[in-house]
Ligand binder design. Structure first.
Ligand code: MN
Length: 446
C-alpha cells in the first residue's frame, strides 16, 4: 500500500498582500498527476489545509475542485484529512458526511459519547490496499487546543488506560534543543491530557486492527526535535504549551505523518516519523526549503520504504542580495540587474522579491526609492528589510547610575544615533539637530 503524505497547504495564504492562489492551483494539479502516475492508494493531509479559520470562497473552491479532480483521476484513492491549528475544525468538518461518500475522511475534532468513550468512527480509519482489503488502521488526530484537551480528560466512567509505552523514543537531554520546553511541560495537565488521549486512541486502534495490518498515525503539532523555520509557524500547541514529546506515538506505528512545521524533516533520527513540510514557501526564509511530498510504502504491518518527490515551484522567491545586506546604492544597482517588466506575464506569476538594505547612516525614503526602482521590473515586492549597523545597545552606552538628566540633549541624540548607525552623526544632521533644539528651547520659527 502506498501512502502520499503532505501538509500545511495554507490555501488562501497571502504574502504581504500577494495572492498565492496560482501557486496553490499549480501544486494541486501537479498532485493529481502525481497521485495517478505514482499509483497512490492513500493521501494523508496533516492539517493546515487552509491559512485561516474562515477561508475566502476561492480557497474553498480550489479545495473542492481539487477533491473532485482527484477522485475522477483515481477513483479508488482514499483521502484522510485532519484539521491543523490554522483550520476551523467546524468548517473543515461541515461537509464530512458528504465527503465520506467519496472516501474522503475529515477529522476536525475529538468528542466523547454519552458513555464517556471516545467517538472513534471518524478518528480510526481503515485503509485499503489495491485489492480492496484493509491493510492498515489510520489514527487521525486533529489539532487540539488546550481547552479541547482539558474538556476531554480525564475520561469519565471508563478505566483510564495505561500510558503508552515509551518504546524506544528518547527525550532530549538537558542542553539539547527543546529540552527546557519538555522539562517545563513534564508535569503539565495539558501534556498529561494529551498523553492519556493518545494512549486511549491508540488502544482503540489496536483493538480494531487485525494481524498483518499496519498502524499509521496522522497528527498536527510541534513535536520535540523538530527544527522550526523562522517566521510562519506559531510555537503554540494551545495556551502556553510549547512542545509535545515524540513518545505520544507508540513504537508500533509503522508511519507517523505530521503537519505543522513547514521544513520537511524526520524526527529524532526516525525515518518513519516525519513532517512532510509545506508544498510552497509560506515566508521568505522558507524559499530555501526542499519542498516535497513524502511517500510511505507499507508491506503488511511494516514500513517498506520512505521516499519523496520535489514539488515544482511556479513562482520564484528572490532575495536581493541572496545573502546578507547591501548599502542603498548597491541595492539600487542590484535591482537594476533584475529582468524588466514582462507585459505578457500574469501578475500572480511574477517572482516575489525581498530587498535587504543595511544603513550605516540614515537614508530617509529608501523604502520608497526601492519600490519605485522595482516598479518597471518583473517582480512583486514583498518587503524592504532594513538592517541597522549600530551598537543596538539600549543600556550599555549609559554607565550604571548615570542620570539621563545629567546628559545634554545632544549627548542623548549622539548615543541614540550610535544605536542604529555607525560612527557619529554626519555634520549636516548634527547641524539640523542643533537648529531644532535651538528652536524648541528658545522659540524659533514655527
Ligand atoms: Mn500549523
Amino acid at each position: 500500500m502506498r501512502i502520499l503524505h503532505t501538509a500545511d497547504w495554507h490555501l488562501g495564504h497571502t504574502l504581504r498582500g500577494h495572492s498565492r492562489q496560482a501557486e496553490h492551483a499549480h501544486f494541486l494539479q501537479w498532485l493529481v498527476r502525481t497521485v495517478v502516475a505514482r499509483e497512490v492508494d492513500v493521501l494523508l493531509l496533516a492539517g493546515d489545509v487552509f491559512d485561516s479559520a474562515n477561508p475566502p470562497a476561492p480557497s474553498w473552491r480550489l479545495w473542492f475542485e481539487f477533491l473532485g479532480e482527484l477522485k475522477r483521476a483515481r477513483p479508488a484513492l482514499q483521502v484522510v484529512v485532519i484539521a491543523g491549528n490554522h483550520d476551523s475544525a467546524a468548517r473543515l468538518e461541515a461537509p464530512r458526511d458528504l465527503l465520506a461518500t467519496f472516501d474522503v475522511r475529515i477529522a476536525g475534532s475529538i468528542a466523547r459519547g454519552a458513555d464517556g468513550r471516545l467517538l472513534t468512527d471518524d478518528l480510526l480509519i481503515p485503509l485499503k490496499d489495491r485489492s480492496g482489503a484493509v491493510a492498515a488502521v489510520c489514527a487521525a488526530i486533529p489539532f487540539l487546543r488546550s481547552s479541547d484537551v482539558l474538556a476531554l480528560v480525564p475520561p469519565p466512567a471508563v478505566d483510564a488506560p495505561a500510558p503508552a509505552p515509551n518504546g524506544d523514543y528518547v527525550l532530549p537531554r538537558p542542553g539539547e534543543p527543546n529540552a527546557e520546553a519538555v522539562a517545563a511541560a513534564a508535569s503539565d495537565p495539558l501534556l498529561d491530557g494529551m498523553r492519556a488521549l493518545h494512549a486511549e486512541l491508540f488502544a482503540a486502534a489496536r483493538a480494531q486492527r487485525r494481524p498483518g495490518q499496519a498502524l499509521v498515525a496522522l497528527a498536527h503539532g510541534y513535536l520535540v526535535g523538530g527544527a522550526l523555520s523562522e517566521l510562519s509557524e506559531r510555537k503554540v500547541l494551545g495556551g502556553n504549551q510549547h512542545a509535545l514529546p515524540l513518545d505520544l506515538f507508540p513504537a508500533d506505528c509503522a508511519y507517523v505523518a505530521l503537519g505543522h512545521l513547514h521544513r520537511p524533516q524526520q524526527l529524532g533520527g526516525r525515518e518513519h516519523v516525519r513532517y512532510s513540510g509545506s508544498p510552497i514557501p509560506l515566508s521568505m526564509p522558507e524559499r530555501e526549503h526542499a519542498h516535497h511530498v513524502v511517500f510511505a510504502d507499507l508491506d503488511g504491518e511494516r514500513l517498506e520504504k520512505v521516499w519523496s518527490l520535489r514539488v515544482p515551484r511556479l513562482v520564484p522567491l528572490l532575495r536581493v542580495p541572496e545573502r546578507g545586506a547591501l548599502e542603498p546604492d548597491a541595492a539600487l544597482a542590484a535591482i537594476d540587474e533584475l529582468p524588466p517588466r514582462d507585459a505578457d506575464c500574469a501578475e500572480e506569476l511574477r517572482p516575489l522579491v525581498e530587498v535587504v538594505v543595511r544603513l550605516p547612516e540614515p537614508a530617509p525614503g529608501i523604502g520608497e526609492r526601492i519600490a519605485q526602482r522595482l516598479a518597471d521590473k518583473n517582480v512583486r515586492l514583498v518587503r524592504v528589510e532594513v538592517v541597522l549597523t549600530g551598537s543596538d545597545d539600549d543600556t550599555g552606552a549609559l554607565p550604571r547610575g548615570t542620570e539621563l538628566a545629567s546628559l545634554s540633549p545632544e549627548q542623548v541624540f549622539v548615543r541614540r544615533y550610535a544605536r542604529d548607525h555607525e560612527g557619529v552623526p554626519p555634520a549636516p544632521l548634527l547641524a539640523a539637530f542643533r537648529q531644532l533644539l535651538e528652536d524648541v528651547e528658545h522659540g524659533g520659527p514655527p
